[in-house]
Design a binder for this molecule. Structure first.
Ligand SMILES: [Fe+2]
Length: 353
C-alpha cells in the first residue's frame, strides 16, 4: 500500500453510519412515484419535502426537497456523541451545533467537503419502529436443500428496501476530498482502483467500527471531470428481490442503467436504475462486511474490473452528459485541478469511454 492511501491515525471523529441523502427535485410527485416503485416507503411528506425510509428503524434515509433544478445536495453521517459534534463544529466553515429539523430530531453540524458537497453530522436522532419485510427465500443449494415439497413464489411487487447502503461521488479534487473524509470522519479505504500511472481512480471507503463489521463501502469517491453524484445503493432482502425489482421497474416504464450482475470490490449482486432525473439508484444484496483489521487492497481499474458476471458496464454508465456548460467546466477543471491533467482525462476516456 502506498502511504497516500493509508487510513488516518487520529481522525477528528469516526462516523458510525450513513444517515440520509439529500436531493433537490422540481417534481416531488414523480420523485415519490419512482422511489416507491424502487421499494422505499414514504415516511413523511410536506409541501416542500418528501422523506423516505427503508424497513430498518432509521426514521428516514432519503429526503427530496422541492427545488427549481434537480440536484444532489449531500448526505448525513451519524456520529457517536455530542463531543464528536463539538469537534466537528470547530472545523473551518462548519456550522455550530443546531437542532435537526427533520424526522427523528437530534442535533447536527453542517459541513462542506472540499468538492462542495454538504455533509451533515448528526447525533441523537430517535429511531422509528422497524417495518416488517418478507423473509429471505430458502434456497436449495449444493449440500443443503431446505425446501422440500415447497416452491419459490416471491410477490410481484416493489422489493422491500431494508436500508440505505452507500453513496458514490465523482470528484475533480480527488486527493483533497479523499483525505478530508479519512481525516475528519475516520473512513478506511477498503479497496482502491488505480490508473496505470498509480494515481487513484476509485476509492471504496468503509466506516471504522472497530471489531464490528461494516459494509465494504459506505462512501466511494471516483476521479471525475466535474463534481457530481454517481449513484446510491439500497440493500434488499435477497437476490430474488433484486430480480423482482428489475421486473417491476421495467414493467412500470422506468429506465434501466446496468445489471443484474455481481460486483468484484464489495461483491454485491446489483441492479442499477435511473430516477426521473437520470440519477442512478442501485438495488443490492449479499455485500461484503469487513471489520477494521482488513488492510487496504490496491487494484488496476477498468470497465472490466467492475463486475464478475452479468452484462459489461455500459459505456454510458460513467460518462457525463456533454452539454456545452459541462464541457466548459471540464476544460476549466483540467487547467485548474491538481488531480486532473489532460493526460489523465485521456486515460479515463480510454478506460471507460
Ligand atoms: Fe454501488
Amino acid at each position: 500500500m502506498t502511504p497516500p492511501l493509508a487510513r488516518h491515525p487520529h481522525p477528528t471523529v469516526k462516523a458510525q453510519s450513513l444517515a440520509w441523502l439529500m436531493f433537490e427535485r422540481p417534481d416531488l410527485d414523480r420523485t415519490e412515484r419512482f422511489l416507491t416503485d424502487f421499494g422505499l416507503r414514504v415516511a413523511a411528506r410536506t409541501d416542500e419535502a418528501l422523506f423516505l425510509r427503508g424497513t430498518e428503524p432509521s426514521p428516514f434515509c432519503y429526503v427530496a426537497v422541492q427545488g427549481r433544478r434537480p440536484r444532489f445536495a449531500g448526505f448525513g453521517l451519524r456520529v457517536g456523541s455530542v463531543e464528536d459534534l463539538t469537534k466537528l463544529a470547530a472545523l473551518p466553515g462548519a456550522s455550530g451545533i443546531e437542532p435537526s429539523p427533520w424526522p427523528g430530531g437530534g442535533e447536527r453540524v453542517r459541513l462542506t467537503d472540499p468538492s462542495g458537497f454538504a455533509v451533515h453530522a448528526v447525533h441523537g436522532a430517535a429511531d422509528a419502529e422497524a417495518l416488517p419485510h418478507r423473509a429471505p427465500m430458502p434456497l436449495n443449494v449444493a449440500g443443503a436443500h431446505p425446501r422440500i415439497n415447497g416452491t419459490q413464489r416471491p410477490p410481484v411487487a416493489p422489493p422491500e428496501v431494508l436500508r440505505l447502503g452507500h453513496v458514490v461521488l465523482e470528484v475533480v479534487d480527488f486527493q483533497a476530498t479523499f483525505h478530508w473524509y479519512l481525516q475528519h470522519f475516520g473512513f478506511i479505504p477498503s479497496d482502491v482502483q488505480v490508473l496505470p500511472d498509480g494515481s487513484p481512480a476509485v476509492a471504496f471507503l468503509r466506516l471504522d467500527l472497530g471489531d464490528r463489521p461494516a459494509d465494504h463501502h459506505t462512501l466511494a469517491l471516483a476521479q471525475g471531470v466535474v463534481p457530481t453524484y454517481s449513484h446510491s445503493a439500497y440493500e434488499v432482502v435477497d437476490a430474488d428481490a433484486v430480480g423482482m425489482g428489475h421486473r417491476v421497474l421495467k414493467d412500470r416504464g422506468w429506465r434501466h442503467a446496468w445489471g443484474v450482475g455481481r460486483h468484484i470490490l464489495g461483491s454485491q449482486i446489483f441492479d442499477y436504475w435511473h430516477d426521473p432525473y437520470g440519477d442512478k439508484h442501485e438495488h443490492y444484496t449479499d455485500g461484503d462486511l469487513f471489520t477494521a483489521e482488513v488492510p487496504t487492497g490496491v487494484h488496476p481499474t477498468s470497465r472490466d474490473a467492475m463486475a464478475q458476471w452479468g452484462e459489461p458496464m455500459p459505456r454510458s454508465f460513467s460518462r457525463p452528459a456533454l452539454t456545452p456548460l459541462t464541457l466548459l467546466h471540464i476544460l476549466r477543471n483540467v487547467r485548474r485541478g491538481p488531480d486532473l491533467s489532460l493526460g489523465k482525462l485521456l486515460t479515463l476516456a480510454r478506460l471507460f469511454g
